[in-house]
Design a binder for this molecule. Sequence first.
Ligand SMILES: Nc1nc2c(ncn2[C@@H]2O[C@H](COP(=O)(O)OP(=O)(O)OP(=O)(O)O)[C@@H](O)[C@H]2O)c(=O)[nH]1
Ligand SMILES: [Zn+2]
Length: 198
Amino acid sequence: MAFKKIEQYDEKIMPGLIHHYSESLKLLGEDPEREGLVKTPERVAKAMQYMMQGYDQDARAILNSAKFKESVSEMILVKDIELYSMCEHHMLPFFGKAHIAYIPNGYITGLSKLARVVDVYARRLQVQERLTTQILDAIKETLNPLGVAVVIEAKHLCMMMRGVQKQNSVTTTSAFWGEFEKNETRSEFTKLITSRLH
Ligand SMILES: Nc1nc2c(ncn2[C@@H]2O[C@H](COP(=O)(O)OP(=O)(O)OP(=O)(O)O)[C@@H](O)[C@H]2O)c(=O)[nH]1
Ligand SMILES: [Zn+2]
């Protein structure tokens, strides 16, 4: 797949996707020829490509593209990064927030790049646990920091709209490496992500 920009789609796979989404609508008892649905298979094909675009993106390249030499040694935390992903079991969304912290070791990265890394791994079929560790690994391997922490809180539509139908459950996953494996650093991080500015 060769689409790089958000609004670009791989024309080669569009006819196949459109065909299969149209067939799926028929199998589900819909009429893909009725007015409201005529363009639906194409819209779904584009939406799905948008939501799967992370497969073609390189999180390490993104972090390296704004990597700066800097002698900061305090924790850097970006919290409440909103995320939208799709569970690989039901292809239904899960969504919530990611909190990312690292302790630099000679290099920092652009703050927005941390949020971009979340999107790279979220825009795929995922499980929340793997999403969490993939974000951690990319930061760890690119910046070689003293520690990395990633916490994700999310709601899964597959648990809300169907299945067990629990509307209020929130799943929290976490990954800690380096300094964050120590209780003291980890609790400082936890305190910061649970605190509010006002
Ligand atoms: N660990 C993990 N499980 C997930 C995630 N997203 C969805 N699931 C779970 O994946 C499981 C798939 O279980 P199955 O029994 O194969 O599927 P199912 O019959 O549709 O299960 P129910 O959702 O319980 O109806 C379910 O328990 C989902 O809640 C995720 O990000 N991480
Ligand atoms: Zn699911």
